[in-house]
Ligand binder design. Sequence first.
Ligand code: ADP
Ligand code: MG
Length: 675
Amino acid sequence: MLQESVRVLAGVGEKRAKDLADLGIETVGDLMAYYPFRYDDIQERRLAEIQDQEKVTIKGLVVSPPVVSRFGYKKTRLQFRMMQDRDVFSVSFFNQPYLKDKIVVSEDIAVYGKWDAKRKTLTGMKVLGSNSEGDFAPIYHVNKAVRQTTLIDLITKAFAQFGDEIEENLPISLVDKYRLLSRKEAMYAMHFPRNPDHHHQAKRRIVFEEFFLFQMKIQGLKKAEKAESNGIAVLYDIDRLKEFTQGLPFELTGAQKRVTNEICRDLRSPKHMQRLLQGDVGSGKTVVAAIALYATVTAGFQGALMVPTEILAQQHMESLNQLFHPDEVRVALLTGSTKTKERREILADLVNGDIDIIVGTHALIQEGVDFANLGLVITDEQHRFGVNQRRVLREKGFQPDVLFMTATPIPRTLAITAYGEMDVSIIDEMPAGRIPVETRWIRPPQLPQVLEWTYQELNAGHQMYVICPLIEESETLDVQNAVAIYEELQAYFAPKFTVSLLHGKMKNSEKDAIMETFKTNDSQILVSTTVIEVGVNVPNATMMLIIDADRFGLAQLHQLRGRVGRGAEASYCVLVANPKNETGKERMKIMTETTNGFVVSEKDLELRGPGEVFGFRQSGLPEFAAADLVTDAHILEVARKEAQALWKMENWEILPEYTALATYLEKEGENQFFD
Ligand code: ADP
Ligand code: MG
């Protein structure tokens, strides 16, 4: 049985089992799926071609029994002779007497070591892949207690003894369609491929399997959730909705129209909407949200718009009030700084249905807040609204449709993985007439020149953001830094221009007041820690200076940069950075080369890997044994489509072709991906 402990294998006792467990290997199946992270190329090298002192792998026949001799204090030398073609040469291993058992006369072996051409001697470092059929010896992640050779040995045994129990878990139709190796052959070839192509085929099969099974699971969950949660059908008034969109000050972009249709279709349907709306900064998500909220109100339901900061809540409130007629749609704002008396009134109006749309921070749907009939919740600029909040709402008796808006351009491959249980809508088009932000990267010594140039721009009536370095360990240091930069800039620009400062330690009322002076152009330069990261809209600000830009993630830099370029004038973003390594330089260069958020985050992903970009533990991304979300993205896409097609079939589980798959998923179901 593959589920049996590794102790069923000869030579595995309590101690070894414990050592293997440290590597995460407990069962025979675990052992078989403990894939190497690379292979040593042990293709035959002709002795004559090998340079003196070159490190190589030489294959050959053992022609003399190994002899261990001792010398000095506790030192040993293991010696034997090997033959390649007609050439006989000598091999020595120092201080690895236990290798003796592996050296068997008239067997083929491969030895990795350093070649001494004059003395025709190989000083061996390790014995490789004596069990491998091909020219590639697997190399595993091991620890001190378990050696490579031991692992190879055990894996070989596991396959010999239990290999026949490896069952196909993919539908045969898919195996045929994509010409995949059988599960058994692929698992074996992941360790011991015959040649590079064999390895490639094995990997392709295993990666497809991982992705397909994962997709089957999350899509299954999604279907189950949709079925059990009787969502509400938001039957909006299509004529009023049309009138509303026609009354907007601009024509919607094609992408905005498309996603609006997708959202409206979900609203009308009694199914429970869980949709992620992605759109680059400035792509116009707010108006899409407004249309969805308006639709909800015409159907007699209430809507809630949740945002991460008070400043943003305030701003959304203002935009909605500009779009809606106050007699028709009553919008209220509820945040931590709402006065007690006002708060009480708002809560009462929410329960009795006198408020149609409530805008606010996270607390909005939690503390003592109740609704008459909540139909839609939209969250903006954050993707942590998860299972918990949904549970809170459900417990209150609401099953609103949920729309998550994010400007963090999560690459599609990650979106469908991390948010696999959601539908995804993407706004991939900017409103016409936008001039892309021009981004430049400078080193600190060039800063004086840049400041001179900004002086002229300010003279022409523009405004500027200055973003201070991010000091993750300490908010206090953040503030100190910001204050220092603020004082320097004040010395430079005063009295002609007013500089103001915004940082995370300020009270909300202070922050609001500062933002207000910047919005009204009473201050021209806003020095800030990253608190402005999300959503602020000041079209007259055409410059942004980011200090120590290499401390920020690319996605974050892109977000920040999105604060400029919101008006009709050309805008600039200057990254001040002195990156230490090539990756750092590459990252700065990417920022100067593209203004497309999706490209930025794809690149970031390539350079840093998904874990670092999104914070692996928080990201909810699954870990795969063989698959790589970046390099195997195309396989993920195919696997996703196939899983979708299968779940569309009624009762696929009972069809004979899928029995193995259904059983497999059922067994796996006990180790849930999501809690
Ligand atoms: P984001 O997606 O970053 O939230 P916003 O919704 O704040 O973007 O939109 C950015 C700006 O673009 C706003 O001033 C908004 O009024 C404007 N806008 C949105 N859609 C369009 C459009 N179709 N045509 C012209 N301007 C638009
Ligand atoms: Mg926005």
